[in-house]
Design a protein around this ligand. Structure first.
Ligand code: HEM
Ligand code: HEM
Length: 207
């Protein structure tokens, strides 16, 4: 990118934040990273995941079904937003082919636009897909004595409902592993790369 268009980009990014007479310094220009719906859906997913975990483990299956169904709604909205939303929220913006991911891993990408990096995007897709599978399986799950069940479990046999419940338990452990990796990656960015990803996920802006 030539210096003139660079400056234009910086001015676009600061629109509404600083007066036109403010000198533009590349070090002090906040960049818009995440829009409102993306941040809201992220923190809703994180909270509902925690609540679903707690409610299942403590035997509050009535709360568990409601939090799971709410999570299903949030995931559906996030997926729709991935097609019709703005900039960094769009799947087309962050889902890259294997060649780009490999170049990112080898540090060969010249520039990095704001948003998910090509490698992080893979874990984002994996988390969204696994969360969707988790709620999908929950809908058909039945517990061992048939007393607690998902709202669609009457559509399948008891054996199939039990299989879904076992896969639901397995899916949860996989999700816990992925979320653990997700949190470690965010921490590694903060401590090793000195790159705070958490603030932009709260405020929407990166300094
Ligand atoms: C529509 C959404 C959901 C429904 C209807 C649902 C339903 C159920 C049901 C009926 C059970 C009891 C199964 C049994 O005791 O064998 C269960 C267990 C469980 N669910 Fe969900 N669930 C949903 C979403 C979730 C989500 C998003 C999580 C992630 C935190 C989750 C985590 C668990 C865990 C950890 C258990 C206990 C598994 C075990 O003890 O083996 N569920 N769920
Ligand atoms: C305190 C806990 C958490 C923190 C600090 C956190 C932080 C973040 C940050 C900073 C990003 C953006 C990463 C980037 O810049 O590319 C992100 C994205 C994401 N996180 Fe988390 N996260 C947390 C918990 C969770 C949990 C529990 C889940 C899933 C159950 C989750 C799922 C996701 C997903 C799916 C995205 C992609 C967002 C999107 O594009 O819609 N996060 N998280």
């Amino acid at each position: 990118m030539d210096p003139a268009s660079d400056l234009l980009t910086l001015r676009k990014n600061t629109a509404g934040l600083e007066s036109p007479s403010t000198p533009v310094s590349p070090h002090a220009v906040p960049v818009r990273v995440w829009d409102g719906p993306t941040r809201l859906s992220h923190w809703a997913v994180a909270a509902l995941f925690g609540f679903s975990w707690w409610s299942a483990r403590s035997g509050h299956l009535d709360y568990h079904r409601w939090s799971g169904l709410t999570l299903l709604g949030v995931l559906a909205l996030r997926v729709v937003w991935g097609f019709v939303g703005s900039g960094t929220a769009k799947f087309a913006h962050f889902v890259k082919g294997p060649r780009t991911v490999w170049r990112y891993v080898r540090g060969q990408l010249d520039s990095r636009p704001p948003g998910h990096n090509p490698l992080g995007a893979l874990s984002v897709l994996a988390m969204l897909a696994l969360l969707a599978a988790q709620v999908g399986l929950g809908l058909f799950s039945v517990d061992v004595d048939g007393l607690e069940s998902g709202p669609l479990s009457d559509r399948v046999s008891f054996e199939t409902g039990r299989l879904c419940a076992r896969l639901h338990g397995l899916g949860f452990n996989l999700l816990l592993t992925l979320v653990g990796i997700h949190l470690l990656a965010v921490l590694a960015h903060l401590l090793i790369k000195r790159d705070n990803l958490i603030v932009p996920m709260i405020t929407g802006w990166k300094k």
